[in-house]
Ligand binder design. Structure first.
Ligand code: CMP
Length: 139
């Protein structure tokens, strides 16, 4: 049991570089907060302009972010839906599954609580969100 849990925790960290700096305890907390969710090809997971509910981490499959005609694919180890949560804004893009996906959803309240406890993670997320925002502003 114990070693199985250790394995699962290690897997999450290996899959998501964004969590690489978290200690064991934080990783365990995160595992308890994640809510597994599946998505089928063509399913719209996030609608631009909508109210945020969660951030999503991709364990398998692929999604496509669509913003102003630009299409950005995201795959395992990547995540989406963090921007509206970080900046208390509406959704900045559509996100649609382009394959069968296994997602780990982190509900808004848990996301807020978790990042406020881990400033290093918050800083990394803010940096990436800024890069994504800049990319979306480029013509
Ligand atoms: P959010 O605005 O909450 O909902 C749409 C999501 O699409 C956004 O968070 C990001 O996670 C993602 N997204 C927006 N723009 C980009 C981009 N340029 N590259 C990758 N992902 C993006």
């Amino acid at each position: 049991r114990e070693s199985e849990r250790g394995l699962r925790i290690q897997n999450i960290v290996d899959l998501f570089p964004i969590f690489a700096d978290l200690d064991q305890e934080a990783r365990e907390d995160l595992l308890l907060l994640f809510q597994p969710r599946a998505a089928a090809p063509g399913e719209r997971i996030i609608r631009k302009g909508g109210r945020p509910d969660a951030a999503y981490f991709i364990s398998s499959g692929a999604v496509q972010v669509t913003v102003d005609g630009r299409e950005i694919p995201l795959g395992p180890g990547e995540f989406f839906g963090e921007m509206a949560l970080l900046s208390r804004a509406r959704r900045s893009a559509d996100v649609t599954a382009i394959d069968y996906c296994q997602l780990l959803a982190l509900p808004e309240r848990d996301f807020r609580m978790f990042v406020s406890k881990h400033p290093g993670l918050r800083a990394q997320l803010d940096r990436l969100a800024a890069q994504r925002r800049t990319m979306n502003r480029e013509p």
